[in-house]
Design a protein around this ligand. Structure first.
Ligand code: C5P
Length: 242
């Protein structure tokens, strides 16, 4: 990584301070974790793919009027982002039932969710990122009603833009996780990353429930060809933007 003061090291990224207090450098690692870091491994070149994909999707969202933390991408694993205070909520949008929704309810895998579900989890590894209710969010003081409404609205806007874009790539955006933060002026910005680590993406040309998976579920469920799947997602995005 670059010779800058390390601010924070997470499971997939490292944040470095820059000489500008408003700017943070994000370094994307190949390290992969699942099930709250109980499963650990590496996905070769993941950092490069996730940095590139996040770059293109943040730019797409900015062009559609969504404020994000992205400033520029300086190297193949490094982007500069605006410094934000992260809202400690993981905002999950679901278009199709999968993952924890199926585990925690009787909704079958693959059921369409119209309108899409927006869910909030507490970003806390020690507690295993538990699903919250709005009542719990207010009781914990994590956000007020206005912020929850703003997060929900932003998440649905982002879902519309990304779902439409992925459809043109021949990919179904099943679900994804977003993080938001406030900059020094108090503006809410989309933060973190948008990648196959944080989205479920299904190949629309495949009907087989294992072959269609183009995201981190290949790693979680030991489906194989993880690197290939990540690279294919990026290749389709690049082809669509070309
Ligand atoms: O596991 P679950 O079904 O709740 O995940 C919903 C979506 O959020 C998936 O796309 C998953 O990759 C993403 N997610 C994430 N980080 C977490 C939890 C979920 O990116 N800590």
């Amino acid at each position: 990584g670059p010779k800058l003061p390390k601010l924070y090291e997470g499971k997939a990224k490292i944040l470095y301070a820059t000489d500008d207090p408003e700017v943070v450098l994000t370094y994307f690692k190949d390290d992969a974790t699942a099930f709250n870091a109980q499963k650990r491994g590496q996905i070769l070149n993941k950092g490069v793919v996730n940095c590139a994909m996040s770059t293109h999707l943040f730019q797409l969202l900015e062009a559609r009027g969504v404020a994000t933390h992205w400033l520029d991408t300086t190297r193949d694993r490094e982007m500069r982002v605006r410094c934000v205070q992260i809202v400690p909520l993981e905002v999950v949008v679901r278009n199709i039932a999968a993952g924890s929704l199926c585990k925690q309810t009787s909704i079958p895998l693959g059921q369409a969710l119209t309108p899409p579900l927006v869910e909030f989890c507490y970003k806390n590894d020690d507690l295993g990122d538990p699903l919250l209710t709005t009542g719990r969010i207010y009781a914990m003081g994590l956000a007020n009603e206005a912020l929850v409404a703003q997060l929900r609205q932003q998440a649905l806007t982002i879902n519309q833009i990304l779902s439409d874009f992925f459809q043109t790539c021949g990919i179904t955006l099943v679900d994804f996780k977003l993080e938001f933060g406030h900059d020094s002026k108090g503006t809410l910005l989309l933060a973190d990353e948008i990648s196959p680590d944080t989205c479920r993406l299904w190949d629309r040309a495949e009907s087989d429930p294992q072959r269609r998976v183009m995201d981190k579920d290949r790693f979680r469920q030991d489906l194989g060809d993880v690197e290939t799947a990540y690279q294919r997602v990026l290749d389709r995005i690049l082809a669509q933007l070309a």
